[in-house]
Every structure is written in structure tokens, then in C-alpha cells.
Design a protein around this ligand. Structure first.
Ligand SMILES: Nc1nc2c(ncn2[C@@H]2O[C@H](COP(=O)(O)OP(=O)(O)OP(=O)(O)O)[C@@H](O)[C@H]2O)c(=O)[nH]1
Ligand SMILES: [Mg+2]
Length: 468
């Protein structure tokens, strides 16, 4: 394992976060309540004992199983206990009830037999499908989108992250308010007949309409707040960009081991958990590479297939970090049954953001992690396809030192080599050159210290006056 050089963080932070999160688990579901619209009768996800349902439309049965396993992991991350899972093979989901009527009956029997209180469907269901299925099985039915929103709501810690998630939840809720519970009765007085046009709403407005209006108002407010926070973040990032320390973004599918890898490389205590979306806010750690150079690594939120569109915006801040960095370390879970599909999913999202921002595609270094637990056949395939990839285990430490050297080489490629003569009176410049670059040669002349050093271009520019 590597030394915790320049770790500017208390290694107990991850531990603390983990504790906090476990205590949060016990009140699962509370985080999805939007306190500010407390009388809106939207569905509250109190997930406890759940049955999973999937429709398998394409691919092999092993892939379908793997998709269900992921849904199960998501459900557990949200704090629920998975009792059973049903998959139905069909060309496309049933328009009325997502799964066909025969399967609905079977599902109802499973729900009754297991005592489940919630059914989770893989995919995004229409409001109509949710209601119809709920009627048929007689317990709460939610979809994958709601589940992911719930996890994000539980895990977001930064103010901007929380605001983004609450906005996404409201966006999801808005079209689904209708029919949410027979409890949504009309307000006293009923609808004010045909004369209740624009501006005359009020007593005759239905409860759903009032709720919708309140949610829209709240959404507008949150949007304004986010704009303000975004500005602050951009300023901060700008300031960070002004310091010439190269930045490395660590991205990849959720649970690939990104945080573990950042810890292994830097020795810092970033939160690691066998749960999806353990990391939601980008965290940055300093590290020193074998050539003595300082870099910063940013641990980012994980990717997932079919990310709810409402959350894409919430991901944006993390993706901007990726696009902005010198090097993108793309971490892959080598022990997963289908790492290729995950690699493709991650690359597709990054490509989209790069295109959208008119940015340059950052250099990507693939890091296949968890080689200690990987199937040798899958590993052999990955080695054959990705010849430049690094193969490591963040937990055993295998390959980490080699990876640190590889990182140094990648970063060095963006460097220039210069010879500087630094007067003896400017010792601070000599220290700076040592910490920000890789010194190739050093000697002492009558005038000062003469160093030949590889430096990031921006630093070399700043030290132009000492060039020889
Ligand atoms: N066997 C094995 N397990 C690992 C390795 N690296 C990470 N893990 C485990 O994988 C799980 C996820 O690790 P994290 O580092 O939290 O993964 P992440 O990519 O940051 O996950 P999210 O932040 O949730 O997206 C944890 O249980 C780790 O202990 C490895 O090299 N080998
Ligand atoms: Mg993480």
C-alpha cells in the first residue's frame, strides 16, 4: 500500500460519514418527504419488504439476471429487504400493467405469501401503469426512477446536491400527482363550474391543482437557489484551476471501487461502502506521485444505466469536473459479470457531456479494479481488448504502485522540460519547483541553483524569468 503523503484530510472522515449514514438507514424513507409541501399527497417511499419485478426485452438471460441483481442492490442501498424477484420475458412492457395479466396474478400471490409491502419495477413506469399495478397487487408500487431518486435523497450531503435532488423529485412527482390515493378529494365547494377560468381559481380549485401549483412554485424557488450555488461553485473551481496542480478525475460505474482506489492512491479516508451511490458529492484529495509531483484526485459520483433524466442535471456538476481534468481515470469493476456493458454506459455519458460543453475529450486511462475477485476468463478478455489498461486491486494493493507510476507518466506527457537558474536568495522557488515538477538534474553555479526540471506548461510560463 502507499503512503498517505499530502493527505489533507482526517482519515476518520469516511468512518464518520459511514456512521451517520447507518443512523440514517433506520429512518429510511423520511428523506423523500418534501417538508415544504407537506400536504401534497405524493407517494412516500417507505421501502421495507420488497418484491422486484422486471421485464426482459433483449439480451441473454444472464444479462437479465444481472440487471435484476443491480435492481436488488439499489433496493438494498435504499434500505429495503428484497424478498423475491420475478422476471417476465416479453417484447415490450405491457401498456396497462407493465407485466402481463398472468404475471400480475403470480405477483399478487408472491406478495401475499411473502407479506411484502412494496413492489419495485425495473424501468420507468407511466403514472397509469403504476396505478393499475398497484390496484392489482394491493401494495405500493414504485419504479426504478423513484428508487434511485430516493437513494440520492438519502445520500446527498452538499447544499447544491440536496437542492438538485429535491428538484428532481418534484419533477418526477408532478405528473404523478393525479390519482395518488383516493384520498385526493376535491376541495370543499367542488370545482366552480364553467365560470372558473383564469384568475378565478381558488375555492373551486381541486386539491391536485393546488398541489401542482405549490410544487411548481417551490421548483422555481429551488432552481433560483441552485443558480446561486452553481455560481459559487464555478468561482471555486476557477480558483482551483488557477493553481497549477494537475487534476485527475476518478469516474466509473457505481460500486466499481472509485473511492477505494482514491484511498489506495492517496491514503486518504474517503467513504467506501458496498452500496450503490455511496459517493454523491465530488471530493478532492491531494496525492504525491512517485516522481515527487503533487496532483489532486477527484472522486466522483458513480454512473448507472438508465439514469433518471431528472437526475442528469444533478450529475452535471460532477461531470464538469471530469471534463475539466487533465486525466480521466475510468475505474471498472473487473469482478462484475458484464464489465463491458458498464464501460460502454460510462463512456456514452461522458461523450454526451463533452459534446454538450464543446469541451475536449479528456485523456482516459482505464483501470480494471477488483482483480483479486475477478473471474480469470473475464480478466483475460479485458486484457486482450484493453491493452493500455491498468489492472489493480484497491483492497489488496496489487498493481497500485505500478498505477501510480503510470499516472505520473500520463501527467508528465503534458509537461515541458526547462532549465532554470534560481538565485540563492529565492529558496522558495527551488522548493516550488521540487513540489510541482520532477527534477531531472540539479547543480550549483555562482549565481544560484541550476535545475533541469519537467514542469506543467503553466508553471514553466510563470517561472520564465529564471529560464537559462
Ligand atoms: N474484492 C475487492 N473489492 C473491492 C475492491 N475495491 C473496492 N472493493 C469493494 O467494492 C465496494 C465499493 O467500493 P467503493 O470504493 O465504495 O466504490 P465506488 O465506486 O466509490 O462506489 P459509489 O461511490 O457507490 O459509486 C466496497 O465494498 C469495496 O470494499 C477490490 O479491489 N477488490
Ligand atoms: Mg464512492
Amino acid at each position: 500500500m502507499t503512503n498517505p503523503l499530502h493527505s489533507d484530510h482526517d482519515p476518520s472522515t469516511g468512518e464518520l460519514q459511514l456512521e451517520e449514514r447507518s443512523s440514517l438507514r433506520r429512518v429510511v424513507g423520511l428523506s423523500t418527504e418534501l417538508q415544504d409541501i407537506n400536504d401534497a399527497e405524493y407517494r412516500q417511499l417507505r421501502l421495507e419488504r420488497v418484491v422486484l419485478v422486471g421485464v426482459w426485452t433483449e439480451g441473454s438471460s444472464a444479462e437479465a439476471d444481472s440487471a435484476m441483481a443491480e435492481l436488488g442492490a439499489l433496493a438494498e442501498t435504499a434500505g429495503s429487504m428484497v424478498l423475491d424477484a420475478v422476471i417476465q420475458r416479453r417484447d415490450k412492457p405491457d401498456a396497462a400493467t407493465y407485466i402481463g395479466s398472468g404475471k400480475v396474478k403470480e405477483l399478487r400471490e408472491i406478495v401475499d405469501a411473502t407479506g411484502a409491502d412494496t413492489v419495485i419495477c425495473d424501468g420507468e413506469l407511466t403514472p397509469g401503469q403504476l396505478i393499475a399495478l398497484e390496484k392489482a397487487v394491493n401494495v405500493k408500487v414504485i419504479d426504478r426512477t423513484a428508487l434511485i431518486l430516493d437513494i440520492f435523497a438519502q445520500h446527498a450531503t452538499s447544499r447544491e446536491g440536496k437542492a438538485q435532488v429535491s428538484l428532481a423529485q418534484m419533477e418526477y412527482m408532478l405528473p404523478r400527482l393525479r390519482g395518488w390515493g383516493e384520498a385526493l378529494s376535491r376541495q370543499a365547494g367542488g370545482r366552480a363550474g364553467s365560470n372558473g377560468g383564469v384568475g378565478l381559481r381558488g375555492p373551486g380549485e381541486t386539491k391536485i391543482e393546488t398541489d401542482r401549483r405549490r410544487i411548481r412554485e417551490r421548483m422555481a424557488k429551488v432552481r433560483r437557489e441552485i443558480r446561486g450555488m452553481k455560481q459559487a461553485r464555478l468561482t471555486k473551481r476557477h480558483r482551483r484551476r488557477a493553481t497549477p496542480v494537475p487534476s485527475i478525475a476518478v469516474a466509473g460505474y457505481t460500486n466499481a471501487g472509485k473511492s477505494s482506489l482514491v484511498n489506495a492512491i492517496t491514503g486518504a479516508g474517503v467513504l467506501v461502502e458496498d452500496a450503490l451511490f455511496a459517493t454523491l458529492d465530488p471530493t478532492t484529495r491531494r496525492a504525491e506521485l512517485p516522481d515527487g509531483r503533487a496532483v489532486v484526485l477527484t472522486d466522483t459520483v458513480g454512473f448507472v444505466r438508465h439514469l433518471p433524466t431528472q437526475l442528469v442535471e444533478a450529475f452535471r456538476s460532477t461531470l464538469e469536473e471530469v471534463v475539466d481534468s487533465e486525466l480521466l481515470v475510468h475505474v471498472v469493476d473487473g469482478s462484475h459479470a458484464f464489465p463491458m456493458a458498464q464501460i460502454d454506459a460510462v463512456r456514452a455519458v461522458i461523450r454526451d457531456v463533452v459534446a454538450e460543453q464543446n469541451a475536449e475529450q479528456p485523456t482516459e486511462l482505464l483501470v480494471i479494479n477488483k482483480i483479486d475477485a475477478a473471474d480469470p476468463l473475464v480478466l483475460a478478455e479485458l486484457r486482450a481488448v484493453f491493452k493500455d489498461a491498468a489492472f489493480v486491486s484497491a483492497t489488496s494493493g496489487e498493481g497500485i504502485e505500478a498505477l501510480r507510476h503510470t499516472l505520473a507518466e500520463y501527467i508528465a506527457e503534458t509537461d515541458v522540460t526547462v532549465t532554470l537558474e534560481i538565485p540563492y536568495s529565492r529558496g522558495e522557488i527551488v522548493s516550488r519547483v521540487h513540489s510541482e515538477g520532477a527534477v531531472v538534474h540539479e547543480e550549483y553555479s555562482d549565481q544560484g541553483t541550476v535545475v533541469t526540471v519537467r514542469l506543467p506548461e503553466s508553471v514553466a510560463g510563470e517561472l520564465e524569468e529564471f529560464r537559462r
